[in-house]
Unconditional design. Structure first.
Lengths: 166, 121
């Protein structure tokens, strides 16, 4: 298949589709939302540089690029600000700010590969097959990573979920 | 995946990631090929101008300065007419050259000419 060059429209569309999920993903590496947004912008701006070809699976490329950029930032010793409601990257539809912060903390505590699967599946709307293709691992591996991740998140969010059910 | 997982997935979807601030994409700079083309155009224009100046220079149009101090002497000896004159009337050519040389070459017969000064010393 002939690959085509990335256009501004492609970048804008991908940013619209995956930007929020990628921001949540980046925020699980660097707690400061401003820094996470800067990382995101760098990654998308890089897509336009030097007439690159559009990656076969753009979401996979974006997740990998965000992770690398975030790890580099962390390695370079950037100060991280503490997490608070204004700095959080999730908003709960019912307005539960504490639960939103707890989710962000719980996500950050997951191993990278489990966190990636959850964010791709829940907030980028990808199927497990697509996640497997994007991450280059088997569907079984993706499914088990996802299951473990949900288990851990459920544990940590149980108090909030129960409150909601009452 | 069981019903519990699906229920929990739905719970997770109640959390919406915040939208990041708008993406500011700089205008794409011109590709390298365009830059190279522009540079080539500039070089071509420079070469063309130089060539035009050379082709339209007085020397190219039959005039060749014999004297170095054109402004002072106010004369230009043209090769082409002089050549023609040499072919048709050599005597006239000698006369022309003698007249020109008096104007073009420094006069060593004057009171303050270099030769006179040296002779006095």
């Amino acid at each position: 298949m002939e690959s085509r060059k990335v256009s501004r429209e492609d970048v804008t569309r991908l940013y619209h589709e995956h930007g929020p999920a990628l921001l949540a993903y980046a925020s699980s590496f660097v707690a400061d939302r401003g820094l996470a947004e800067d990382l995101l912008h760098q990654v998308f701006a890089k897509l336009l540089e030097g007439g690159r070809s559009l990656p076969d699976v753009p979401a996979a490329y974006l997740y990998r690029a965000v992770r690398n950029a975030a790890l580099n930032t962390r390695r370079n010793g950037f100060c991280e600000t503490g997490l608070d409601a204004t700095n959080g990257c999730f908003v709960h539809r019912g307005g539960d700010k504490e639960a939103a912060l707890a989710l962000q903390v719980a996500l950050a505590a997951l191993p990278d590969e489990q966190r990636e699967v959850v964010v791709m599946r829940i907030w980028s709307g990808m199927t497990l097959d697509e996640v497997a293709a994007a991450t280059g691992v088997s569907l079984n591996t993706v499914a088990s990573r996802y299951r473990y991740a949900l288990q851990k998140l459920r544990e940590k969010l149980k108090p909030f979920q129960q409150t909601e059910e009452l | 995946m069981d019903g519990n997982d699906e229920q929990f997935e739905n719970y997770l979807r109640e959390f919406e990631p915040r939208r990041p601030r708008a993406l500011e994409l700089k205008r794409q700079s011109a590709p390298d090929s365009w830059r190279r083309l522009a540079a080539a155009a500039v070089v071509m224009i420079a070469l063309g101008t130089s060539l035009w100046l050379v082709l339209h220079s007085p020397e190219r149009q039959g005039f060749r300065t014999v004297s170095g101090d054109k402004a002072a002497v106010g004369i230009r000896l043209s090769i082409v007419p002089l050549t023609k004159l040499a072919e048709t009337d050599p005597t006239q050519l000698d006369a022309e050259l003698a007249t020109a040389s008096r104007r073009v070459l420094p006069d060593f017969r004057g009171e303050e000419s270099t030769l006179q000064v040296l002779a006095r010393k």
